[in-house]
Design a protein around this ligand. Structure first.
Ligand SMILES: Cc1ncc(COP(=O)(O)O)c(C=O)c1O
Length: 446
């Protein structure tokens, strides 16, 4: 099949109706949001999004890694509708309802490690992380947390304090939460120690120990908080053995390991949770985004002996609402019955072809990730100078050609399509990617 089977551009991009909405948005909606281009969505189905001008795009963003089963998967929509016919809200913090309990039981089964776990519900990734941080302090009676440069955990005070990706997330908001210390992440393409993974002996884990010796005493440290593959920070993936070594360090010192699977979880990397690639069992895990195929849901799951806080310690009125729980149960079912496998299959296919393309386009400095969590870092030269304008320009060129992409990090572009993506759609994406890249390279030369 060809591009035209998925993409239909009828107007200038963005179109006139979209620009009218854009003007109204600018007048009424917070200027803090970051939109790389003007896509004003009207409706969507599967891998396609149609804007208010009637232009249809191929979506390789999945609404920032949220629409894991594609836009409006018929079975997810049915589950939501059936639930809406029974119960829409009753507040799980004050009452009980079966679907919330059923989902918790399912989460306990799919989260790595033994099923002796407990589940807490919120509505977003930030809330799940925030809950995990509070629980870590409660359980350990220690106050410090160690997090990573390049990490991103959300916008509430605790979550933004743990984040270390961009200063603008903090600018003007100080003071942050007390007691959070940042250390370099395992960013091998730009190793902070100028080493290579084959010989470094995981120097970056030793660096965490050094921080504990100098400024964050292990005996005061409640938790280490990490994304298994950094998302907003640039789809940065640590080397083999990294998380096993971090886990060991935690276990030896009575420190909890909290893994933020908000972006990397729910089958995207070919396993239900990315941390499973490295045989690591977190004490606490944060889940959101793809878990409910587009309905708001944040989940914090912890080992049963860790979730020992008392009644009333933490809650959320809307957290784990019946519609989101119904969507999540159906989403998990679909992931387990083919979509996770598809993530590996299509992800490997895309990565292979991007690596071939890289030979012709040295601007594509690094290609990394797992499954359908793929990042490409752009560079200007052999010194790896960051090609920031160029990576942003690629996203815009792709948009003009009907392909939706999003940037990440300073100079990277991410591919995070729905897990329903087909080989054919991958081919269309790759074709537009290369056309857009050619256009960017031409602009660079002129
Ligand atoms: C890894 C990670 N954690 C937490 C969050 C915050 O999630 P939310 O925006 O739902 O609060 C994000 C959002 O992008 C994320 O990527």
């Amino acid at each position: 099949m060809a591009k035209n089977d998925y993409i239909d551009l009828k107007t200038d991009i963005p179109g006139p109706v979209g620009m009218e909405w854009y003007a109204r948005d600018r007048d009424s909606i917070s200027p803090s949001y970051v939109r790389p281009y003007v896509l004003v969505a009207d409706h969507a189905e599967g891998m396609q999004v149609t804007d208010v001008d009637g232009n249809t795009y191929l979506d390789f963003t999945a609404g920032v890694a949220v629409n894991s089963t594609g836009h409006r998967h018929p079975e997810v929509i049915k589950a939501i509708k059936d639930q809406a016919d029974r119960l829409v809200h009753m507040s799980g913090t004050d009452f009980f309802y079966p679907i919330q309990i059923e989902l918790a039981e399912k989460i306990k089964q799919i989260a790595p490690g033994p099923t002796e776990k407990m589940v807490w519900y919120g509505n977003s990734g930030a809330e799940a992380v925030e809950a995990g941080l509070k629980l870590a302090r409660w359980h350990t009676k220690r106050s410090l947390a160690i997090a990573f440069f390049g990490g991103f955990h959300g916008r509430t005070y605790g979550a933004v304090t743990l984040s270390g990706s961009k200063a603008k997330h903090r600018e003007g908001f100080s003071p942050m939460l007390q007691g959070v210390v940042h250390v370099p992440y395992a960013y091998c393409y730009r190793c902070p120690y100028n080493m290579t993974p084959d010989t470094c002996g995981l120097r970056c884990v030793d660096a965490i120990e050094e921080v504990m010796e100098r400024i964050a005493p292990a005996s005061d440290t409640a938790v280490i908080v990490a994304e298994p593959i950094q998302g907003e920070g640039g789809y940065v993936m640590p080397p083999e053995g990294y998380f096993q070594k971090v886990q060991k360090l935690c276990q030896q010192r009575g420190i909890l390991l909290m893994i933020d699977e908000v972006q990397s979880g729910m089958g995207r990397t070919g396993k239900m949770f990315a941390i499973e690639h490295w045989d690591t069992e977190p004490d606490i895990m944060a889940i959101a985004k793809g878990v409910a195929s587009g309905l708001p849901l944040g989940i914090m799951v912890a080992k049963k002996n860790v979730m020992d806080w008392k009644q009333g310690a933490h809650g959320s009125t809307f957290g784990g609402n019946p519609l989101s729980c119904a969507a999540a149960l159906k989403t998990i079912d679909l992931l387990q019955n083919g979509l996770m496998e598809n993530a590996t299959k299509q992800g490997n296919y895309i990565t292979k072809h991007l690596c071939e393309m890289q030979k012709k386009h040295p601007i594509m400095g690094d290609i990394r990730g797992k499954g359908l969590m793929i990042g490409v870092e752009f560079i200007k030269d052999s010194k790896k100078s960051k090609a920031k304008e160029e990576s942003n320009a690629l996203v815009i060129e792709a948009f003009r050609r009907g392909l939706l992409l999003l940037p990440c990090g300073e100079n990277s572009v991410r591919l995070s399509p729905s897990l329903i993506v087909t080989r054919d759609q991958c081919d269309v994406m790759l074709e537009i990617w290369e056309e857009s890249l050619d256009a960017v390279e031409k602009q660079m030369k002129s």
